[in-house]
Design a protein around this ligand. Sequence first.
Ligand SMILES: NC(=O)c1ccc[n+]([C@@H]2O[C@H](COP(=O)([O-])OP(=O)(O)OC[C@H]3O[C@@H](n4cnc5c(N)ncnc54)[C@H](O)[C@@H]3O)[C@@H](O)[C@H]2O)c1
Length: 410
Amino acid sequence: MAKTLRVGMIGHGFMGKAHSNAWRQAPFFFPLKAKLEMHTLCGRNTAAVQTARAQLGWQVAASDWREVVESPLIDVIDIATPNDSHAQIAVAAARAGKHVLCEKPLALTVKEAEAMLAAAQRAKVVHMVCHNYRRVPAIAQAKKLIADGAIGQIYHYYARYAQDWLVDPEAPIWWKLQKGISGSGAHGDINVHLIDLARYLVGEFKEVCGMMNTFVKERPLPDAAPLQQNPAPKPAAKTVTHPKPAATPASLSPAAAPATPMGKVTVDDAALFIGRFECGALANLEATRYASGRKNHMSLEINGAKGSLCFDFEHMNWLKFCDRASLPDRQGFRDILVTQPGGVHPFTGQWWWAGHLLGYEHTFIHTIADFVNACADGKPVQPTFEDGLRNQRVLEAVEESAKTRGWVKV
Ligand SMILES: NC(=O)c1ccc[n+]([C@@H]2O[C@H](COP(=O)([O-])OP(=O)(O)OC[C@H]3O[C@@H](n4cnc5c(N)ncnc54)[C@H](O)[C@@H]3O)[C@@H](O)[C@H]2O)c1
């Protein structure tokens, strides 16, 4: 009879919702090797976690992650908290013999990531980082085409992850803009996905040269901070009075504007780097939260000796493929709708008929389905904490390069 895995999830924000949906849907659509119980949901605020538990479908609510990690009722820990708590939760979970799924970036630093990998290896538990984009069907199909030699030797990996939620200078500070909690900004948050996909699709980085910038250095502190529930220190508050236009006649002058409490942004807003892979291919990566009109534009192009691949997450069901073997008068990019069932395209056979499209949430369902089967088999599943550590090394090398304005070996 199939084993039952009882899951404890820490965090119930954006990713908590995506993961809850995945834990619920995975057994519905995928033939899993273990049964699942969505056992305990953990958050720091007792009332908020109770509400989330009821809405997201968990059995028990808890407010101390240590209790969940140590509970004999739990087999698997899913970490969906801000980055500064990943290491301590993952290390404690592994020591308690639990399999661990951890959100990205794996850690704040290389040192933390090393400790997490060592703890998981020592405890012989299954460990995985939630780089869900590896399981977009079109990305998995790109991996298959590259492995089949369809584009030949790779020359270029060009990738851009562009969002625009910080273009407004009045957008408030929250944990993703605080180094102590997030480690870095656009770099660790979204560049890390591009780095992970680069390593997945092309290979290991050899050296990098990067630059980073913070365009808006101070932002309003949030009035109420629902997302700021972390124990890390709040940014130092500073009172700034916005200047009023000098020409306003005194009779029309509004009442003095209240001072806006401001906090310092301590992470990068954008990070770009070029690099060289071990295989000789060249890399060009860019992550920004300042690209007006770009919401979640995670795009990449890979050029090889026999052809090219091109992908944009905002059109995630399609993969563009240029095949140099086709007749010269019809060469160019063709759009492959990656939804064919019957084992033609990865993951899609468990879903709908061809052309019935998939979305963001499916990437988490695929990730969790593979993780559950690995836990049932006691076998590794990519991307492991070792991948998380290697990604972290690239992140740090780019930061070092930006600081020293030179090339850094990974
Ligand atoms: N895979 C992806 O594409 C993706 C997308 C977004 C975020 N993330 C990652 O997911 C993680 C969470 O991000 P989010 O956007 O869901 O954040 P969020 O702010 O929406 O939610 C964080 C949750 O963690 C809880 N929390 C914080 N500290 C805690 C503690 N000590 N104990 C228990 N609960 C605690 C908060 O109460 C909240 O429920 C981050 O590491 C982030 O980088 C990944």
